[in-house]
Design a protein around this ligand. Structure first.
Ligand SMILES: Cc1ncc(COP(=O)(O)O)c(C=O)c1O
Length: 375
C-alpha cells in the first residue's frame, strides 16, 4: 500500500502557499510545435532582437572549453570590470544569476514576516513574488491616474505614504516593466533623500541603457550620498545575454557583504562571466542596438496611431498598448498568426498587451497581424 501523500501545500512556508509562479513569455519553439509552423516571432520577453556583441559570443564559445571546471566563485574579473565601469569599489558589487536573483537576495536579507516592502501597482512582477516568498508583507501603492504624472506610472508620494516603522525595502523600477514609465532625477532623488535610513531603496535599472531622456538619472551616482540605496542592472536586455543570466547590484559595501552571504557560491556560470566581460567592451554594438530600438519604437508608435490605439509612452525596449478589449483574446489571436506578445492582465492591465521592440521586419509583421485580428 502506498502511504498517503502528505499535505504538501500545508507543509510549505506560509508565504509560498499563496504564491503564483512568474509567468514567462511563451517560447517560440513551443508555439511552432503547437501550430506546426516554422516562422513564429517572439516579442514577449524584452530581449534584444539583435543579440549580444560578436565578441561576447566568441568569448562564450571559448569559455565552453573550460566548463568541466567550476567558475570563479567571486567572478573576480567581471566584478573588477564592473567596479571600474561604475567608479565604485569591487566590494560594492553583488552578482546575480540575472538581476532577479539579486532582487531575491535583497528580500531574503532584509525582509521577514514582521516587515513590509513597498512597491507600485503595475510594477515588475518579481517584487511581489520575492516579498511573499519570505513571508513579508507587500504594500502596493496606487499608480498615477494621469493628473500628476504619467498614467500607470509610479506615484512616489503614494509610495512614501505607505512607508512606516515596519518598512524595510522599497522597490522602484526605472523604467518600469510592463508600463515603460520612468521617473526623472529630481523627483526620484528627493524621494530617496526623504526615506528613513533603515529603509533600503532598490532602484531597478534593467532597461537603463535604452533610456534616451535628458532627465533620466543614473542613480548609481547617488550611492555615496545614500547608504540605503541599492541599484540593480542586467546583461539580459540591451547587452543581449538574457539566456546566460547575469545581473548585479551596486550598493554600500556592507550591504553587498550581506547580499553575498546569501548568494549561491557559483550563481553566475563560467560562460556567462566570460560573455558579460566581453559584452562590456563593445560599446558600438550597444549603441547600435539602442538606436535600432528607438527606430523600432517609432515604428510601433506610428502603427498604433494609425490603428487608433492608445499606448503608454515607454522609455524601454517594449511598449504597452491598449487594444480596447480583453488583451488575452487578442494575444491568443496573435498566437494563431505566429506572433507571441505578452498579455498583462496579471499586472491589472486587462486590455493592454506588452510588445517588445523587435527588428524592423518583426515589428511590421506584428502590426499587420494586429491590424488583422482587430479588424
Ligand atoms: C524591471 C525588470 N527588472 C528586472 C528584470 C530581470 O531581468 P534579469 O533577471 O534577466 O536580469 C526584468 C526582466 O524582465 C525587468 O523587466
Amino acid at each position: 500500500m502506498p502511504s498517503a501523500e502528505p499535505d504538501f501545500l500545508g507543509l510549505a512556508a506560509p508565504g509560498v502557499r499563496g504564491l503564483t509562479p512568474y509567468q514567462p513569455g511563451k517560447p517560440v519553439a513551443e508555439l511552432e510545435r503547437e501550430l506546426g509552423i516554422r516562422d513564429a516571432i517572439k516579442l514577449a520577453s524584452n530581449e534584444n532582437p539583435y543579440g549580444p556583441a560578436p565578441g561576447a559570443l566568441a568569448a562564450a564559445q571559448a569559455a565552453l572549453q573550460q566548463v568541466a571546471r567550476y567558475p570563479d566563485g567571486s567572478a573576480h574579473q567581471l566584478v573588477e570590470r564592473l567596479a571600474a565601469q561604475h567608479g565604485v569599489g569591487a566590494d560594492s558589487i553583488t552578482l546575480g544569476n540575472g538581476s532577479n536573483d539579486v532582487l531575491d537576495m535583497i528580500a531574503r536579507v532584509f525582509l521577514t514576516p514582521q516587515h513590509e516592502a513597498v512597491f507600485s501597482r503595475h510594477a515588475f512582477a518579481v517584487y511581489p513574488i520575492s516579498v511573499q516568498a519570505v513571508g513579508a508583507v507587500a504594500r502596493v501603492a496606487p499608480a498615477h491616474d494621469g493628473s500628476r504624472g504619467p498614467v500607470f506610472g509610479h506615484d512616489l508620494a503614494a509610495m512614501a505614504a505607505l512607508v512606516n516603522d515596519r518598512t524595510r525595502v522599497v522597490f522602484i523600477a526605472n523604467p518600469n516593466n510592463p508600463t515603460g514609465t520612468w521617473l526623472a532625477a529630481g523627483e526620484l532623488e528627493a524621494f530617496v533623500a526623504r526615506l528613513p535610513a533603515q529603509v533600503m531603496v532598490v532602484i531597478d535599472e534593467a532597461y537603463f541603457e535604452y533610456v534616451d531622456e535628458a532627465q533620466y538619472p543614473d542613480s548609481s551616482c547617488w550611492l555615496q550620498r545614500y547608504p540605503n540605496l541599492i541599484v540593480t542592472r542586467t546583461f539580459s536586455k540591451a547587452y543581449g545575454l538574457a539566456g546566460l543570466r547575469v545581473g548585479y547590484a551596486l550598493s554600500h559595501p556592507q550591504v553587498a557583504g550581506l547580499l553575498n552571504r546569501v548568494r549561491q557560491p557559483f550563481n553566475v556560470n563560467l560562460v556567462a562571466q566570460a560573455a558579460a566581460l566581453a559584452a562590456l567592451e563593445d560599446t558600438r554594438h550597444l549603441a547600435e542596438c539602442v538606436r535600432h530600438n528607438r527606430e523600432g519604437m517609432q515604428q510601433l508608435v506610428t502603427g498604433f496611431r494609425e490603428l487608433g490605439l492608445s499606448f503608454i509612452e515607454s522609455a524601454g525596449n517594449f511598449i504597452a498598448v491598449d487594444v480596447g478589449r480583453p488583451g488575452l483574446e487578442v494575444y491568443r489571436s496573435l498566437l494563431r498568426e505566429g506572433v507571441i506578445v505578452r498579455p498583462v492582465a496579471n499586472y491589472e492591465m486587462p486590455t493592454h498587451l506588452r510588445i517588445t521592440i523587435g527588428r524592423t521586419e518583426e515589428n511590421a509583421r506584428f502590426l499587420a497581424a494586429l491590424r488583422k485580428v482587430l479588424a
